[in-house]
Design a binder for this molecule. Structure first.
Ligand SMILES: NC(=O)c1ccc[n+]([C@@H]2O[C@H](COP(=O)([O-])OP(=O)(O)OC[C@H]3O[C@@H](n4cnc5c(N)ncnc54)[C@H](O)[C@@H]3O)[C@@H](O)[C@H]2O)c1
Ligand SMILES: [Zn+2]
Length: 291
């Protein structure tokens, strides 16, 4: 199928159903999904709904897919220009991640995926943070030993959180660190900013909010941002329209009673969902990440 978010559609799912039916897939036939997060979300959605669910084997081939989307059981297609509007929870039976597959990724896809690695490191894995900080050169040459360690740490951390809250009612929300402002910026850019690039900017904003509220340990933001820039990620999107970003924030999935909730870190390796962030500070954070 053609690469890109547009392939994550009900029309594509329908053509997979037709192929499954044609191939005689039964309830014991595993569907093996080889590709990035787009392929993974779509393939797993089709497998989760065909015959009320057939087994799934994920073979993720991008950084995002290896460290994030192939684990945790969220499946989705986009609908009416909204991302991931339709989906199920359906855990894979097996995930096979080979970090050597990452060497062919474009520099931009690789970098963008690394933002999600930093997300896991700063919220859940101080050891991974130190490892990345200690050997940025190995990251940039996509050293298989280092990438294996990074993928392993991220999968362990994510699986542990998902094991406590599969349906995303509370603690799984931590995995959304950087994503509140990130999604708002990503949508405002009309496809110009990649997901991971936007998440890096969102983490910058969230760390600023956390430090301003006295929740996040002073110095955290500097340390996080040094790692992000070391990986070649930008911290702000000067071209983004502030008003559109503010409008997009209202559509965040974590909004409850019309209030934005933010994931804030306490220190490296500790985070929680914060319900009380004053609107004035949120506007300042938007100004910061669009400056
Ligand atoms: N289910 C979840 O929990 C979850 C979590 C995070 C992201 N996602 C979803 O994942 C999607 C993004 O995934 P992505 O970042 O992997 O993007 P993607 O699947 O679009 O892949 C990015 C690009 O890399 C190419 N590619 C894939 N593997 C390659 C390889 N080994 N070498 C060279 N090129 C390769 C693809 O063809 C594509 O052009 C989004 O739709 C997002 O919503 C889902
Ligand atoms: Zn993400």
């Amino acid at each position: 199928m053609p690469p890109g978010e547009r392939s994550k559609s009900l029309a594509r799912a329908r053509s997979l159903y037709a192929a499954f039916a044609e191939a005689g897939v039964d309830r014991w036939t595993p569907v093996v999904i080889l590709g990035g997060g787009v392929t993974g979300d779509l393939g797993a959605f089709a497998a989760a709904t065909f015959l009320r669910g057939v087994p799934v084997v994920q073979v993720p081939t991008t950084v995002v897919a290896q460290v994030d989307s192939s684990v945790g059981g969220k499946t989705a297609v986009n609908f009416a220009s909204a991302k991931n509007l339709i989906g199920t929870f359906h855990q894979p039976d097996l995930v096979l991640a080979d970090p050597e597959l990452l060497v062919t990724l474009s520099p931009r896809d690789f970098r963008s995926g690394m933002a999600e690695v930093v997300k896991i490191a700063v919220t859940l894995r101080p050891d991974l943070m130190e490892r990345l900080e200690g050997d940025l050169a190995a990251v940039s040459r996509r050293d298989p030993a280092l990438m294996t360690a990074a993928v392993r740490a991220c999968v362990e951390a994510k699986a542990e959180v998902v094991g406590r809250d599969e349906r995303d009612r509370d603690v799984r929300g931590i995995l959304n660190y950087g994503h509140t402002l990130g999604h708002a910026l990503e949508a405002a850019s009309g496809g110009k900013i990649r997901h991971g690039e936007a998440v890096a900017m969102g983490m910058n904003g969230a760390a600023w909010l956390g430090e301003s509220l006295g929740v996040t340990e002073p110095g955290f933001r500097d340390r996080q941002n040094r790692l992000l820039t070391g990986l070649g990620l930008k911290l702000t999107a000067p071209d983004a329209d502030k008003r559109v970003v503010v409008r997009n924030l209202k559509l965040d999935k974590k909004v409850r009673n019309r209030k934005n909730r933010f994931v804030l870190t306490l220190q490296v390796g500790g985070a929680s969902v914060w319900p009380h962030v004053p609107a004035r500070l949120v506007r300042e954070a938007v100004r910061l990440v669009t400056s």
